[in-house]
Design a protein around this ligand. Structure first.
Ligand code: AHR
Length: 781
């Protein structure tokens, strides 16, 4: 019998709405040195060791003394440009000649193109006795080849903005912006800025066209911003340099925006602020989806006292007014003043990003109630933390159900094997309750294999009744400033490329459709297990996690037979040595011990079921930064968290540890209390992953199919409920690539879809889905 797929064109079973979108966070220099087109690094001399240990106010700047000239540089604060922009550079030219400074830009330097125009500006004034000064502005390389030059006369002792345009006469990938004073004297400068004129959609203070175009090409339905942990990491005082992200401080002229430490270990200029995010969303046709902090920093456990929470709640209400209010409202007027009279049409707002912890869920209802009362039409998104299951996850969902959140923001980064084992994760989520916003997810890696697995998972996301929004994360990464891997798009100052994961996301966004259609499959229900579905057995190993401690009274029992083995006490040293305990082959066993941490900040790792170095499970007791009790699985060297609970190990406190393994079920108890309960599921392959939808604008029927098997799969495809005969099928297909293939600057589209068309007649046709492929068929009639 040959396989058959029948698509019921008139049976629309789920609105796909805004399903596929983007996640934006300024991580990996995604904004500064990335999408935000500013070419000058540390443009206002605000860099500081608070942002990053090796930063200082002249980071990325170098002194220039040509023709035996002499200049003294000093970063001052006495007469700042404005209270937000406190530092500026005083330059004392002691000996005439050409003396000044140069900026190195980001990565290896400023990338300029022949005949391209650049917009230069700075604030400047004279100091001391000088009343004017001649400032030469150049783009040049290290060998002093000059590509562009302009001269400005700086006049007067008050700060003034100067602006000029530079046209480059050549290409250069490692240029510097050089500022040179012609005469002796004392001068001050601040906010030195250089933008390409050709930003995305020509906006001032705009975005890098190549990166923005790659994003726009995806046709995302929404964009979440500004993070990520960036949203909640920091102090609770918004005037602190290390404050959590407060949107109101990101508006207005760029020289008046505060400068902030980013939790990703660099400085954020906030030049790409909330107004710019909204404009970008509008430019690419994506619904804006801002996420606000909920008055709680989960990393440091700082919580805004409840009686001081109102300004935080007001931030949320004011943001909605800023986006949607008419110009007679305070924040609507602010939007108009910034240049956008028409509302942005905000539909979604997120409160909290992974802030699991009682303090967050205590504060969430204040936001929820205030937003619901004033703006009932806005969809409110709650959060369920950084893991796919466990106590925090459950608490997030419980809170969402209790208060009636519209969606719950879920995050997880897992091995491809986890995705293969959990394709049906959302099948039984109740679609009558809060919906799923899968706000961050990725499989570990940027290979074709990762992309294929993600594509298969997306077919299930599309079909799951409760899943409403989903976005891959993180989105952007500057190759020289990596905080997190994998990422969807990689760039330097010169080039940008999409990973195979990008092309999968793009295919699914470009061909999302408006309604999911009922699809039936015949003779293609085979499931292939990739691993033996046997109980979790193997080595049991105990290791410290940067601590010293003692484990004693170690016993392993088979509760079914009563057999029991006892082991010697283990002294845990700081080198995290793995102490082998035993190899256990029982189907059901309980590992028990007493444990004390003597020194150090974290806890210990109890490995079990280890068959080799790349395949095991472990209980992280006081994991990450001593924040968690986690069950982690490792398959083929790639980790997945399968259960999580917030937990801290205390020094010199005795813990009774108990880990029960029953076939593939895992239960972890601390001092008699059940901390983690989960199942270690194994990867399997479905014969073909398919989903079909209808697109109103074109009238096309869309079939997406992912073949994870190595062999081609032939299927008859039939469209039921058509008025007219079929005419043609447009194919977009990724196939024929090795599973470990990746894209690169040299081969940016090595893995990318190819297109073709074929004619069809009647209401059915045959199609061969190549082994290891992602196929989108646009079926036209
Ligand atoms: O996407 C990278 C980080 O992962 C995000 O900042 C955070 O929300 C998540 O834990």
């Amino acid at each position: 019998m040959s396989a058959e797929i029948t698509i019921y064109r008139n049976e629309k079973i789920k609105k796909l709405g805004d399903l596929y979108g983007l996640f934006f966070e300024d991580i990996n220099h995604a904004a500064d040195g990335g999408l935000y087109a500013e070419m000058i690094q540390n443009r206002s001399f605000e860099f500081d060791p608070v942002d990053r240990k090796d930063y200082h106010s002249l980071t990325a700047w170098e002194k220039v003394e040509e023709n035996s000239s002499k200049i003294i540089l000093q970063v001052n604060e006495e007469h700042p440009l404005n209270p937000m922009n406190r530092h500026y550079l005083s330059m004392h030219v002691e000996k005439s000649g050409l003396a000044g400074i140069r900026n190195l830009g980001f990565n290896q330097g400023i990338v300029i193109r022949k005949d391209a125009e650049y917009s230069f500006s700075l604030f400047a004034r004279t100091e001391g006795i000088s009343s004017t000064g001649t400032l030469i502005i150049r783009l040049e390389d290290d060998m002093h080849t000059i590509f562009a030059e302009r001269v400005l006369t700086i006049d007067g002792t008050e700060w003034r903005k100067y602006h000029t345009e530079l046209n480059s006469n050549s290409d250069c990938s490692e240029a510097r912006l050089v500022l040179l004073w012609k005469e002796e004297g004392e001068y001050a400068i601040d906010m030195v800025s250089l933008f390409p004129k050709d930003t995305y959609k020509g906006r001032e203070n705009g975005l890098r066209k190549d990166i923005a175009t790659l994003l726009a090409d995806m046709k995302p339905k929404f964009m979440r911003f500004p993070g990520g942990c960036l949203v909640h990491d920091g102090t609770l005082c918004d005037t602190d340099r290390t404050s959590v992200y407060r949107w109101k401080r990101t508006l207005g002229s760029i020289e008046e925006r505060v400068t902030w430490r980013s939790n990703w270990n660099y400085n954020q200029t906030l030049g790409l602020g909330y107004y710019e995010y909204f404009c970008f969303c509008e430019d690419i046709g994506a619904e804006p989806l801002p996420v606000l902090p909920g008055g709680f920093n989960p990393h440091k456990e700082y919580a805004v006292p409840l009686d001081q929470l109102q300004p935080w709640v007001d931030d949320a209400l004011d943001l909605i007014e800023f986006a949607n209010g008419d110009v007679t409202t305070k924040w609507g007027a602010k939007r108009a003043e910034l240049g956008h009279k028409e509302p942005f049409g905000l539909k979604y707002i997120g409160i909290g990003n992974e802030e699991i912890g009682e303090a967050f869920y205590e504060r969430y209802p204040y936001f929820h109630k205030a937003i619901r009362e004033k703006y009932p039409e806005i969809k409110i998104i709650n959060t369920s933390g950084p893991f796919v299951s466990g106590e925090g996850y459950e608490t997030g969902w419980k809170s969402a159900r209790k208060y009636g959140s519209d969606l719950v923001d879920e995050h997880y980064y897992q091995s491809p094997e986890w995705f293969l084992a959990n394709m049906h994760h959302y099948d039984d989520y109740d679609s009558a309750g809060p919906k799923v916003f899968l706000g961050e997810y990725a499989s570990w890696g940027n290979t074709y294999y990762n992309a294929l697995v993600e594509a298969a998972y997306m077919t299930h996301l599309e079909k799951a009744p409760a899943v409403e929004l989903a976005c891959y994360a993180p989105m952007l990464c500057n190759v020289d400033y990596v905080n997190w891997k994998p990422d969807m798009i990689w760039f330097n100052q010169k080039q940008v490329y999409g990973t195979p994961n990008y092309y999968v996301q793009k295919l699914f966004m470009n061909h999302q459709g408006n309604d999911l259609l009922r699809t039936e499959r015949k003779d293609m229900d085979e499931t292939v297990s990739l691993m033996d579905n046997k109980p979790i057995t193997g080595k049991v190993i105990l290791a410290g996690n940067d601590i010293t401690g003692t484990a004693w009274d170690i016993v392993i029992t088979n509760p079914d037979t009563g057999e029991q083995k006892s082991y010697d006490e283990i002294q845990i040293q700081e080198d995290n040595k793995r102490n082998f305990i035993d190899t256990i082959e029982w189907n059901h066993y309980i590992i028990e011990m007493k444990f004390i941490r003597h020194t150090g900040r974290k806890g210990m790792n109890l490995y079990f079921g280890e068959t080799d170095e790349k395949n095991s499970a472990r209980w992280e007791f006081g994991g990450w930064d001593n924040f968690d009790s986690i069950i982690t699985t490792t398959i083929n060297g790639r980790n997945s968290c399968i259960s999580h609970r917030i937990f801290k190990v205390e020094t010199e406190k005795e813990y009774q540890i108990c880990l029960e393994i029953e076939n593939r079920k895992i239960r972890a108890y601390t001092n008699g209390e059940l901390y983690n309960e989960t199942e270690f599921r194994l990867p399997e392959l479905e014969e073909l992953y398919i989903t079909s939808s209808y697109e109103e604008e074109s009238g096309d029927t869309i079939l997406k199919a992912v073949n994870l098997m190595g062999e081609d799969k032939k299927a008859g495809i039939k469209i039921e409920g058509l008025k007219d005969e079929l005419k043609k099928v447009h194919v977009y297909e990724m196939a024929g690539f090795p599973l470990d293939a990746e894209n690169s600057f040299d081969h940016p589209t090595a893995v990318a879809p190819k297109e073709r068309e074929f004619e069809v007649h009647g209401t059915s046709f045959d199609y061969v889905f190549p082994g290891h492929s992602v196929t989108v068929l646009r079926i036209m009639n």
